[in-house]
Design a protein around this ligand. Structure first.
Ligand code: GLC
Ligand code: GLC
Length: 651
């Protein structure tokens, strides 16, 4: 361990030892690209102490630490030399504007390449559609080489440098990224860095008994260690396998062994206590950055570090490692932004968000509580969470969403809920019943996901429209209910588009796509209900998006109006938020501020009209403001009545 008081001196010495050696090895590259080398060394000097400290924190106890440190710097330098010129320019731009993603012009979207457009060529052909919608950030879900059949929607990666051939080739990625950039769209891809598929070359070597690669994973010859670890672990996919380990009979030359598999048995957790794993993954990360990826979604961040006697989630070393990856990016691909995917307790979600860790992060709490408010028609938990947990450090942002490709987990804080007299366990049970459509008054058509009879835990699958009532309304009810369902969809989208941060649309939701039950006929998907909300895009339905007489058109035009509301009003930049106490349990109120501008927003979660008391109208001088959005007609300025499920915006 390096003594903290010596760290600067040691960093200085280490760099002075490493740099000349790197210089010797890369002599010919340096000769060809002197300015590049200068740029590299200046960023290295600037960030080395940080990287040295973080990397040392995790690895300096090892006898071979210095070998790996030097290996890392050499890798970073090599990858820097292959960074294309246009991206180096982007680096400079982003360094001088690190909060580029806070603009009200930002609009995110996410889709599967094959399901949305067949392949990468199809995605490219859809650029006009992305522009029509106003998208500036597009997350293409994992498109890498993956096992045939079950592969967790691509989240089991067999090579980070090859694509699933059905989708396209790696060369297409860099040219697509360029075309995107010309169209004002940042390409977002996953860095699935907690695990690889069991068909990744590293895993294949481990299976073949290569000691070096066995160390890339967490593999045990018997149950001794797995049993000890499992005493404290949560089960993530209990439907698929109990516990966190999977037995592979061919390991250890046929004697068999247990592999740490947090998710599916074919997703092998990487062993980050081995610095070789960090170094190789740093290379994969920079490789993707050099293809033109601007935002990397760090998948399953919570799980990357394991420590006996803990639940192996959100451990301090997970943060240290992500910060170390960040330092690597600052040196050799500074344009890169990290997005954290931590679907965990809100106290933990926030810890990943910082300019030197993940600059942006999913906001699973807002997502869950929007659905909670629709079910309960009440906003108490939501208001409380926004007041208490929305604020972020400078130069970071939330990615706000209502649905993505995953299930909905009710990750609100039980402690927060208790202060409002809500019992977390019981309330989750209610929400699960409600969204499965089994609770009186439920409008939802959701499915259970990973129901665990032992713990009573369950999550919910379903598309936005089906969960918001559109499926039930169309099939079993009538126009009244259809209208309410559409209002629900628009209400929650209105909030994510204005609340502060980057709104993220799960493509398909903008035309009210319903659940697709055909996944039950596909052996690769039948056991995973998340496929109910992963349908193939129906372009005949998309063609109707401007027809105000069908549901597709009604949802699409409503969403378009909300997007315009966001893009035409700079006040929706940044993330400064003040929650307004509306004195009405059904109405969420908040104020947005940006550069001297203000907007006041109200969301009525009830299916009946709701009044805003005169005190609120006066306090926020509502009568002096313009209505920017909403269908409520104002007849009296000192007591406003908000229409059922209306989103009323003053600016
Ligand atoms: C992330 C993905 C999810 C996947 C899991 C394992 O949570 O969003 O779809 O199952 O990681 O990679
Ligand atoms: C678990 C994980 C989360 C992942 C999800 C996939 O909830 O915590 O990271 O997205 O499973 O369904």
């Amino acid at each position: 361990m390096i003594e903290p008081q010596n760290i600067e001196r040691e960093a200085h010495h280490s760099l002075n030892r490493i740099l000349p050696r790197v210089e010797r090895i890369l002599r010919s590259e340096i000769k060809k690209d002197r300015p590049g080398w200068q740029q590299f060394t200046s960023r290295l000097q600037k960030n080395f102490l940080t990287l040295f400290t973080l990397y040392g924190d995790v690895y300096s106890d090892r006898y071979d630490y210095f070998f790996y440190l030097e290996d890392l710097i050499l890798s970073i330098a090599r990858l820097w030399f292959s960074r294309p010129q246009d991206l180096r320019e982007l680096d400079i731009g982003r360094e001088s504007n690190p909060h580029w993603f806070e603009s009200n012009q930002m609009l995110g979207a996410v889709c599967y390449v094959d399901l949305f457009a067949g392949n990468l060529a199809g995605i490219r052909a859809r650029i006009p559609y992305f522009k029509e919608l106003g998208i500036t950030y597009l997350h293409l879900m994992p498109l890498f080489k993956a096992p045939i059949g079950e592969n967790d929607g691509g989240y089991a990666v067999s090579s980070y440098r090859e694509l699933n051939p059905a989708l396209g080739s790696m060369e297409e990625i860099s040219s697509l990224a360029r075309d995107f950039r010309k169209a004002g769209i940042s390409l977002v891809l996953d860095l699935v860095f907690n695990h690889t598929s069991d068909e990744h070359w590293w895993a294949e070597q481990a299976k073949a008994g290569d000691e070096e690669y066995i160390q890339f994973y967490r593999i045990f010859p018997n149950r001794e260690w797995p049993d000890r670890y499992e005493q404290n672990l949560r089960e993530i996919f209990p439907d698929e396998h109990p516990g966190a380990f999977t037995f592979f009979p061919t390991l250890f030359h046929g004697r068999g062994g247990w592999v740490w598999t947090t998710f599916h048995s074919y997703q092998w957790d990487l062993n980050y206590s081995n610095p070789a794993v960090f170094n190789r993954m740093a290379e994969e990360m920079l490789f993707l950055a050099n293809e033109g990826v601007e935002v990397l979604r760090l998948d399953a961040v919570a799980f990357i570090w394991k420590e006996l006697g803990t639940n192996c989630e959100n451990l301090p070393q997970a943060h240290t490692l992500i910060k170390a990856f960040n330092a690597v990016a600052r040196i050799a691909a500074p344009a890169l932004t990290f997005k954290s995917e931590a679907i965990v307790h809100p106290d933990e979600v926030i810890r990943y968000i910082a300019p030197d860790e993940c600059q942006i992060s999913y906001n699973p709490l807002l997502m869950a509580l929007l659905w909670n408010s629709l079910a309960t028609r009440k906003v108490r938990l939501l208001s409380q969470a926004l007041a208490k947990r929305f604020k972020l450090p400078l130069n970071t942002a939330w990615v706000n969403y209502v649905r993505v490709h995953d299930d909905i987990g009710w990750t609100f804080s039980d402690e927060d809920a208790a202060t409002l007299g809500v019992i977390g366990f019981d309330h989750r049970r209610f929400l699960n019943e409600f969204y499965r459509g089994r609770f009186p008054g439920s409008f939802a058509r959701g499915l259970p996901f990973q129901e665990n009879p032992l713990t009573g835990d369950c999550r919910i699958s379903g598309t936005c429209a089906s969960l918001a009532g559109l499926e039930k309304a169309l099939r079993e009810e009538g126009e009244n209910e259809v209208e309410l369902a559409i209002r629900r969809i628009l209400l929650i989208h209105g909030i994510i588009l204005t609340i502060g941060g980057i709104p993220l649309i799960y493509l398909g939701d903008e035309i009210g796509t319903l659940n697709d039950y055909t996944y039950r006929d596909d052996p690769a998907h039948e056991r995973d209900s998340r496929w109910v909300h992963r349908p193939r895009a129906d372009w005949e339905k998309y063609a109707k998006r401007n027809d105000p007489n069908c549901t597709e058109g009604r949802v699409y035009q409503g969403i378009q109006q909300l997007i315009s509301l966001r893009k035409e009003n700079e006040v929706f930049s940044g993330n400064e938020l003040e929650v307004i106490s509306t004195e009405n349990d059904h109405v969420l109120g908040f104020m947005r501020r940006y550069m001297g501008k203000r907007a006041i927003l109200f969301a009525n979660f009830a299916e009946s009209p709701q009044n805003l008391p005169s005190r609120v109208c006066e306090q926020y001088s509502i009568q002096t403001k313009k209505i920017l959005h909403g269908m409520s007609k104002i007849t009296s300025w000192n007591e406003i009545t908000i229409e059922p499920l209306d989103f009323l915006v003053f600016g």
